[in-house]
Design a protein around this ligand. Structure first.
Ligand code: PLP
Length: 495
């Protein structure tokens, strides 16, 4: 908290009760601080103190010297969040001024900032979602499909600069439809980034096809062009090229799409870009998710913008997107009776949820900036702490920093850090466990970055994702950074 903020709470004895009420109203922290000429804390002043004073017959113009003397409850600076909470619990207070050794307030800690759980990534609504949803109610467009769906598709396509988009019930559904569109079926192989959430790979199994997993490169944590080159060459020599390559943009950062698509083009293999985590990010200035034959976004509750659940399939190929709409509405042939010649899905987004999406799209740029700001906060606050390296931002990339991710390079392991943070009600998680290490995918082929060098397994063993919500306050970022610093320096000084 800056000096300005704390000083905005200061009142002197010649201020009136009315001044104090105004100040409480303007600062909204439930407490103001009465200080002497040297800036030393005399007492705290709450609504209740002023009310009691008025009930005893004081008038609003009377000065604050009408307040009885009080020994304020304070903590001495520096004060850790855990220590502050201890004091708050013992003294049954919700606000705690922190003072220097002269008794001058330097900070006001609020319980709501200290003991609320800090989660990895929570939904963050803007101002207009409700209007679009209400519009859907008012016009009785509660059915799947409707004007919000059409508009959301148009607006998202325009935002990312792609010709066509089809709104789906989830990102996973969009990946599944993408594989169907590319003709993936039994006996086909599909290459897929290994370091990802399982939803990138599950649809390969839905199609009874065979996944082959590709390692990451250290510079972006995304699909290694070297590993992909070896895998394509290997399959080409066997005369068995994959039907598609699913390239994931991890934690909001684009993969090296030029290198990867050039390799796939050379062998004529189409790319599905799984940009579920990277909406709002760019690769060489162009929107992430627009580099494959098909691109996929997710609006799940934990993503950078959300419709509570939903996804989008995008492409410049109008035929592909028309067919995606057909397949995701039960593959209903154009006839007045219900005519079907192939298997379809119930995968379309509802008109109500698309309304949420339209509102969320309006604040996407703000959400990207906020998440990048969270990352900058951690990086700044923890600069100089040994044993942490941040997920690199590749030169081609402007990440949306969906999740701030780091690797631990010293004695602290991810489980130790994650448990210590959990004890302070802070949610952190290991980096995704790679698909080639999952029991579900045991036995499928895997191409490491270099023979004998498994980059994504290493990232999994050393990687941690930190709370990164765009609605995190500065105090919350500080609280997480402080808790991390404590763990990292305890272990260091113990060795
Ligand atoms: C979230 C996610 C998905 C799936 O999206 P849903 O909308 O949850 O189905 C796919 N791939 C990646 C990389 C994801 O993070």
């Amino acid at each position: 908290m800056s000096q300005n903020t704390i000083e905005s709470l200061f009142l002197r004895c010649d201020h009136s009760l009315h001044d104090a009420l105004e100040r409480l109203q303007a600062t909204g922290r439930g407490l103001t601080l009465l200080v002497d000429d040297q800036g030393r804390l005399l007492r705290t002043v709450t609504d209740g103190d002023l009310r009691r004073c008025l009930l005893r017959g004081a008038t609003l113009t009377e000065s604050l010297s009408a307040l009885p003397a009080q020994v304020p409850i304070t903590a001495l600076s520096p004060c850790t969040p855990a220590k502050a909470l201890d004091v708050m619990n013992n003294k049954r207070v919700d606000q705690l001024p922190v003072v220097d050794d002269q008794g001058r307030p330097v900070e006001l800690l609020l319980r709501r900032d200290l003991d609320s759980a800090i989660l990895l990534s929570t939904p963050h609504l803007g101002d207009t979602e409700r209007d679009y949803v209400e519009e859907a109610f008012r016009t009785n467009w509660i059915a799947p499909l409707g004007p919000n769906v059409d508009a959301f598709e148009r607006e998202l396509a325009a935002y990312v600069g792609v010709a066509h988009a089809a709104a789906m019930s989830s990102g996973t559904a969009a990946i599944h439809v993408a594989l169907r569109l590319l003709g993936v079926g039994q006996g086909d192989e599909v290459f897929c980034s290994s370091l990802t959430f399982v939803a990138s790979a599950n649809p390969i199994l839905y199609q009874h096809a065979t996944p082959v997993f590709i390692d990451s490169e250290p510079g972006s944590w995304n699909m290694s062009p070297r590993a992909l080159a070896r895998a394509l060459q290997d399959r080409s020599e066997r005369g068995r090229l994959p039907k598609a390559v699913v390239v994931v943009d991890l934690y909001g950062q684009s993969a090296d799409m030029d290198a990867l698509t050039a390799l796939c083009d050379r062998y004529g293999v189409p790319v599905v870009e799984d940009a579920a985590e990277s909406l709002g990010a760019t690769y060489k200035g162009k929107a992430s998710g627009t580099f494959g034959r098909l691109g996929v976004y997710s609006f799940n509750g934990n993503k950078i913008i959300t419709t509570s659940g939903g996804g989008m399939l995008v492409s410049d190929d109008q035929d592909l997107i028309s067919r995606a709409r057909f397949l995701s509405t039960q593959a209903r042939e154009p006839a007045i009776h219900y005519e079907h010649t192939e298997v379809g899905y119930n995968y379309r987004m509802s008109n109500v949820l698309a309304g949420i999406g339209r509102g969320q799209l309006k604040v996407l740029d703000e959400r990207v900036n906020a998440r990048r700001h969270v990352f900058d906060g951690y990086a700044g606050l923890l600069a100089g702490v040994h044993g942490i390296e941040w997920m690199p931002e590749a030169p081609w990339s402007r990440s949306n920093r969906w999740l701030t991710a780091c690797t631990l390079t010293g004695g602290v392991t991810p489980p130790v850090l994650i448990r210590a943070l959990a004890a302070e009600r802070i949610e952190a998680r290991p980096v995704w466990k790679p698909m080639h290490l999952q029991p579900l995918f045991a036995g499928y082929d895997y191409f490491p970055h270099e023979p004998g060098l498994d980059v994504c397994a290493d990232l999994f063993h050393r990687g941690v994702c930190l709370p990164s919500g765009s609605n995190m306050s500065r105090e919350q970022v500080s609280r997480v950074a402080e808790a991390i610093r404590k763990v990292m320096t305890q272990v260091c000084s113990g060795t």
